[in-house]
Write a protein that binds this ligand. Structure first.
Ligand code: HEM
Length: 171
């Protein structure tokens, strides 16, 4: 590792943790906000909650997700954590990103369907979200030695093959 980058690690980790707290907090909060999009509350309150969910998704939760992912990616290389628990963590992070996209889909639908889109209830999504969040936190905080789990060769050894992409055309 490049020596002068070492003092950066605690700052990057702090940035990672702050960003993911905002990200995951937002992912828990947004389904609850979405479920409050109800015409019974009146036009003014409906507009206010729609704007609040849109602004928080676009200007807080998504930038926090991008920041957490960029800081986390830097940390992989700086801390050299090329270990199985980290790769397992990334699988569950992918689920979190899927959940983020699902929330975004509903935020857009609420804004663009003239109030004809019924938001999902918050209970099931929040329970689903709890699974990857708890698994990620368990993996990252206990760093279990998963190296003994047998993995297929294609995941552990270089394949020495070309990537399946066609040649870049020459002009
Ligand atoms: C693409 C997304 C992510 C990447 C690449 C990533 C990567 C990393 C890396 C490399 C570390 C440093 C580990 C070490 O120093 O041993 C770390 C720390 C941490 N990550 Fe992530 N992470 C990601 C997303 C998340 C998410 C979504 C959560 C929580 C839900 C999370 C929770 C944490 C925590 C709590 C730490 C501090 C652990 C410690 O210092 O012991 N990360 N992450």
């Amino acid at each position: 590792m490049i020596d002068w980058l070492e003092p950066v690690i605690p700052h990057l980790k702090a940035l990672h943790v702050i960003a993911l707290a905002l990200w995951v907090g937002g992912l828990f909060g947004l389904p609850v906000m979405l479920s409050r999009h109800d015409h019974i509350i009146g036009q003014a309150d409906y507009t206010r909650i729609r704007l609040a969910s849109h602004v928080s998704y676009v200007w807080i939760v998504t930038p926090a997700a991008v920041t957490a992912i960029i800081a986390g990616t830097w940390l992989i290389f700086l801390r050299e954590v090329f270990v199985v628990w980290m790769f397992a963590k990334l699988v569950f992070v992918a689920l979190l990103i899927g959940f983020h996209a699902w929330v975004g889909h509903h935020v857009v639908k609420m804004g663009e369907s003239d109030g004809r889109h019924d938001p999902p209830g918050p209970r099931v999504p929040l329970l689903v979200l709890l699974v990857p969040v708890l698994v990620i936190l368990t993996l990252v905080l206990s760093k279990p030695p998963l190296e003994d789990i047998p993995l297929p060769d294609w995941l552990t050894e270089p394949r020495n093959r070309q990537l399946p992409v066609s040649d870049v055309p020459r002009w």
